[in-house]
Design a protein around this ligand. Structure first.
Ligand code: PLP
Length: 427
């Protein structure tokens, strides 16, 4: 028996589903999850000693590659000085200054330990600031697993969301309104009707949890102008896109100044660190200054801050995003070319170090279009690539991630492997 399978079987005895986060279980694609023994640069090695070129990168954080020596050294040095204090440290001030410098929309920032905490608190803060209850999210956008954000997709205009998870009372989601991504008209109609009740609109400014979906210019401009006009807080959830799509994040690419921003993944360099921040008048409502409560025993953990600071330094090296974006775009184009050669219907897209490929004739613009892609063919392609030693996300609904450690040669190897894999899944 393979060691991966043995660990999976043992894990299932003592961990629900054998994993500590559901998508790791390979539920959509089937087969045995790869248990990671170690990782370095663009590669990881599984429990059977097989090497994989990794396009998941811990679901986004590993933008400088795994175990980057400068990040590891920063964490080692921090660890020697103590693991957690529950009292402020200089590093927290430095990383907050750094985030405020990189994101002009962020005047003040608070550190937390996960993206879920960041979005959950940003929403509480928006409600506390506006004195309103209603929140707007978009179908297919994932913002972590807090109760009010786990709302079933698929509702039309003014249909209030049902919980999409067991254990969430309908009462908890009755203030969550689910609209369609990229539908500026629906958004305008909603604001015209009930804009004065809306505390905030939260979105993935480039969606990465329904595969990669980019918003139209019209949509992001409508979001900014309508929220501003009606006194609602615009929350850019940049947990995934933050320092992933550009140094100035998605908001920089869009030329939009949100009221609040949430960050995670890259900002913690692979350690548990996330953040929410934005306008000083809104942030002033958070405890201890204001009445909106938020706290965390491990918030601003010194090891996480050290990893985050080392990573933020590396991404600011000249040419970082040009190189990363160029390689990612080449991968996306290469996949499209190889699919065409094999007679497989595929479209692709990329932005910065994030990419999507869709078994459909054009890149989706909404959740409905994303779920309309050929999932069966995706599964076969996923396994064919796994056989080639290429690790893509084990779900058709996740974006892919390239790191700066993925060299031009590695990208070309991936494209060549994809050519063989498409030939296998054609027909
Ligand atoms: N927001 C977005 C856009 C995400 O992609 C995620 C996680 O993938 C989260 C929030 C939740 O972050 P975490 O998994 O760190 O709780």
């Amino acid at each position: 028996m393979s060691r991966n399978l043995e660990l999976f079987e043992r894990g299932k005895q003592v961990i629900p589903g054998g994993v500590n986060s559901p998508v790791r279980a390979f539920g959509q694609v089937g087969g045995t999850p790869r248990f990671v023994a170690r990782a370095e640069g663009a590669y990881f090695w599984d429990a059977d000693g097989k090497q994989y070129l990794d396009y998941v990168g811990s679901w986004g954080p590993a933008i400088v590659g795994h175990a980057h020596p400068e990040v590891v050294k920063a964490v080692q040095d921090a660890a020697v000085g103590g693991l957690s204090f529950g009292a402020p440290t200089e590093g927290e001030v430095v990383i907050a200054e750094e985030i405020c410098k990189l994101l002009p929309s962020v005047e003040q920032v608070r550190l937390v330990s996960s993206g879920t905490e960041a979005t959950m608190t940003a929403i509480r803060l928006a409600r506390g600031f506006t004195g309103r209850d209603l929140i707007v999210k978009f179908e297919g956008c994932y913002h972590g697993h807090s109760d009010s954000l786990l709302v079933k997709a698929g509702s039309g205009l003014l249909t209030f969301g049902n919980p999409s998870s067991g254990g969430v009372p309908a009462d908890f989601t009755k203030h969550t309104l689910v609209l369609q991504y990229n539908d500026a008209e629906q958004l305008a109609r909603t604001f015209a009707e009930i804009g004065d009740q809306i505390a905030c609109v939260i979105l993935e400014p480039i969606a990465g949890n329904m595969n990669l979906i980019q918003p139209s210019r019209e949509f992001v401009q409508a979001l900014r102008s309508l929220t501003e006009k009606h006194g609602a807080v615009l929350i850019y959830d940049e947990v995934m896109t933050g320092f992933r799509v550009a140094k100035g994040c998605a908001q920089g690419l869009h030329g939009i100044t949100p009221d609040l921003t949430t960050l995670g993944k890259v900002v913690g360099g692979g350690m548990p660190l996330a953040a929410f921040g934005g306008r000083a008048d809104i942030m002033g409502k958070i405890a201890p200054l204001g009445t909106v409560y938020q706290a965390g025993t491990l918030s601003g953990n010194p090891l996480s801050v050290a990893a985050g600071l080392a990573t933020l330094k590396l991404i600011q090296q000249p040419g970082f995003y040009e190189t990363l974006g160029g390689r990612t775009a080449r991968l996306a184009q290469g996949l499209a070319d190889e699919a065409k050669k094999a007679g497989v219907t595929l479209s692709t897209d990329s932005v910065g170090g994030m990419f999507g490929f869709y078994f459909s004739d054009r890149a989706p613009k909404s959740y409905a279009e994303a779920t309309g892609c050929d999932i069966e063919r995706f599964k076969r392609f996923f396994h064919a690539m796994l056989d080639e030693g290429i690790y893509f996300a084990p779900s058709a609904y996740e974006a892919g991630f390239v790191s700066i450690a993925h060299s031009d040669d590695m990208i070309e190897q991936t494209v060549a492997a994809a050519g063989r894999a498409f030939a296998r899944v054609a027909g």
